[in-house]
Design a protein around this ligand. Sequence first.
Ligand code: ZN
Ligand code: ZN
Length: 428
Amino acid sequence: MSSGGGCPKCGAALSRPNVGQPWCPRCEWNLGRYDPEVMPPRGWRWLDRLGHRAAFRMDRGLFDRLRGTRPAPPGWTLARMLLTAVSALLVLLTLACAVAGVWLITLAFPSFLIVLGGGLLLLAYALRPRLGRAPQKRRTLRRDQSPTLFGLIDRVAAASGAAVPDVIAVEPVFNANTRRFGIRQRSVLGLGIPLWCTLGPGPRVALLAHELAHSVNGDPTRALLIRPALDTFRMLAEVTGAKRPFEPTGREKNHFINLLSEMVLWVISRVLLLVHVGLRALAARDHQTSEYLADGLAAEVAGRDAMIELMDRLVLLPEIETLIAYNAGSRPPSRWRAMAESLQTRRMEDQLPQLRQLSLRETSLWSSHPPTGLRIRMIESRTFEAPRLTLSDEESARIDDELAGWYGATQRLLAGRPRYGGTVTAPL
Ligand SMILES: [Zn+2]
Ligand SMILES: [Zn+2]
């Protein structure tokens, strides 16, 4: 990133990212510009641009509304009621498909209606509501294996008024997540080991507090009742080819029928995508409100500075992932935290403020969280008391010992791919 040239609005020097359009770091001129170089197109270009503009405005609008306050859980908003209604309709439709399928098959058995009935049954199966998959047993932690970590999670839960997750699972990703699975909707905390082992005590508490807060932040997008509305159209759009650009292959090019069917499928997939984007946009506001709520709770528990340190770590994550993966073969996991922290300190002096800003541009209606730059500003806009909970260096180191086996596995995994870029998704 370099500077040069002046802002047409305020005259300040512009920021020029390595990829994409310049913007003004002072008045944020041109920051909200849709940049296909940064955000790869998903469907129709005009739709992406429209979606980006809507997302950027919504991000700002919500930020302005919530700044300086402790947001309340979104509750039963109009959006949530609409999404619940759509979900109910989808579930009924799926059931109807299943019933009609069985009916057709048994109507005049055996007859050609079997094919039609079988098709409907398959469709019903494909559209069935998803309950979430259980984590692999070998990747779940037991309390007796990591008593200090479990103790810390108990304390974070108590300090934030959240529930203790039913299952703690380790994952080979630079991330963490909370999700639910099964009929009883048991909660899982998924702890990405590569991220965890690079965090110091403060950000560790902040990360756990944010994730645990998902059980109390009233996030409607996690409610089982609205999942069908948020999943079904994406699934259908992907099945009909929404991920591929419209390009008939050479062999098919001469066949009019193939070309026609490709075109029809293309249009169907884009229409489904449009519906999906609309539903996502409907859910986004409530979803982001609950993310801000979880961030605020995390800052109350872990302290403002620890939370901001964690958020900055997220801003720098692409760079940190590459740094660690590149050095994984030669440096043990015990050194990774120092590597990440020294990079963060260096960036703090030069690029971090601009990278925080740039995260505002990298928004879309697909983003599950508000831009990290705005999450940081939201924390900065509030005053927080002293942290409710601190983790000592000694305890933090004991957790490292408890997880040493997983750190080793992570190192072997990362060391196997020196030209690594992106998120690790291979099995740990
Ligand atoms: Zn300016
Ligand atoms: Zn979250």
